[in-house]
Design a protein around this ligand. Structure first.
Ligand SMILES: C[S@@+](CC[C@H](N)C(=O)[O-])C[C@H]1O[C@@H](n2cnc3c(N)ncnc32)[C@H](O)[C@@H]1O
Length: 367
């Protein structure tokens, strides 16, 4: 039997050189997608069809020289197609390959990947503060990551909330689904750490009599969530509050409480889970959607584990370290950890709702 040390010995130095070189290209691909998304280049190509650099610059109100360099990079790296590569630079015509709009342009597509580029840009926005936090043991405030982090997160979540939350996830808890459908009296839902509010809006859209209150610490996210609810015509049934969900004064009587991808970010997850328990009362349903990480540390890890640890070192652990003392959970919140938090928060049981998902685990907590 090989020793654990032998099992986790990394590859040879030459392989690392090659791997990091590839990673630098991959990182630049990702940030090129960030530019293409934020500047409206992909949308202009999707809506207006193939374009020269001059046409793309005109359509998007950007500078031709930059548009040309970006188009060339996109063709060279194999994201855009160029129909006449041998033509003079300004005459080359670039297009979005068939099917790529679902990946790069459509915000409701389950294949959307532009939000991933945006969240990565957000993750590295406060690098100097991140270095300082590693040295001091402090944290990096959520707002320091800026709109790219919050919008990127919301962009990743949005298609899932729109297509899966009320269609698969909630119906997988038949009692919750039935209560939300029941109009008299209308059900009340508490959505904790709802960010830009897309989960609350999706629930209200799917269950026409439900009223949702969303609670989030981040003022900018709450303002954006309110604007989203307004734009979707849901502002009468969906309310958002700037609130630490762990505050002892969080009050109300709810039929269902959920927290999606946020418990691992919280400095005091036990207080928040306890508050959610109080909101739904004894036996009331609480759903925690969080990362589907392995049960134990394993090195090397699979892609999900690598991805989650990546977010943890750049964002989730540092935001959770702002308030001290902190549970200092990080993205890699293992089953055992959530079970311990739930027990400390006064829940009797934690059951996993049988929903297939590559990245999420669905914990149902009962008090
Ligand atoms: C990764 S985002 C998830 C947002 C959203 N639920 C989603 O899935 O897209 C985490 C959110 O939790 C919020 N948050 C963290 N700690 C909180 C707390 N104690 N009370 C309320 N919100 C909190 C952050 O402000 C942030 O909006």
């Amino acid at each position: 039997m090989s020793s654990p040390t032998t099992d986790s010995v990394p590859a040879a130095p030459d392989a690392l050189v090659a791997r990091l070189f590839d990673a630098s290209i991959a990182a630049m691909d990702l940030f090129s997608v960030y530019l293409g998304d934020r500047l409206g280049y992909y949308r202009a190509l999707a809506d207006g069809g193939p374009a020269t650099s001059d046409a793309l610059a005109t359509r998007t109100g950007t500078a031709e020289r930059y548009a040309r360099e970006w188009l060339e990079q996109q063709a060279v790296t194999g994201i855009l197609a160029v129909d006449n590569a041998a033509a003079e630079a300004g005459a080359r015509c670039y297009r979005l390959p068939d099917g790529y709009a679902a990946v790069l342009v459509d915000p409701d597509s389950l294949s959307a990947m532009s939000p991933l580029a945006q969240i990565m840009a957000g993750c590295v926005a406060p690098l100097p503060a991140l270095l300082a936090a590693y040295r001091s043991g402090g944290g990096v405030p959520y707002e320091d990551y800026g709109a790219d982090l919050a919008e990127g997160q919301a962009g990743i979540s949005r298609p899932q909330f729109r297509h899966l939350l009320a269609q698969e996830w909630l119906p997988a808890m038949p009692d919750v689904h039935a209560r939300l459908q029941h109009a008299d009296p209308p059900a009340r839902v508490a959505d904790v750490g709802m960010g830009l509010g897309r989960s609350s809006i999706a629930i209200a859209a799917a269950y026409p009599s439900v009223r949702v209150d969303g609670f989030d610490l981040d003022t900018a996210s709450v303002a954006a969530a309110r604007a989203n609810a307004e734009a979707e015509g849901m502002a009468d049934r969906v309310r958002f509050h700037v609130k630490d969900a762990g505050d002892a004064d969080l009050a109300g009587r709810y039929d269902f409480a959920l927290a999606v991808e946020c418990v691992h970010d919280m400095s005091d997850p036990v207080s928040v889970l306890a508050a959610m328990r109080r909101l739904v009362g004894e036996g009331g349903p609480v759903l925690i959607v969080d990362e589907k990480v392995a049960d134990a540390f394993t090195a090397p890890g699979d892609d999900v584990e690598r991805w989650m640890y990546g977010f943890s070192i750049l964002h989730c652990l540092p935001v959770g370290m702002v308030e001290q003392p902190s549970a200092a959970t990080g993205t890699v919140m293992r089953r055992d950890t959530l079970r311990r938090y739930a027990a400390e928060a006064g829940y009797r049981s934690v059951d996993e709702v049988p929903i297939e998902h590559d990245f999420f685990r669905f914990y149902r907590l009962t008090a």
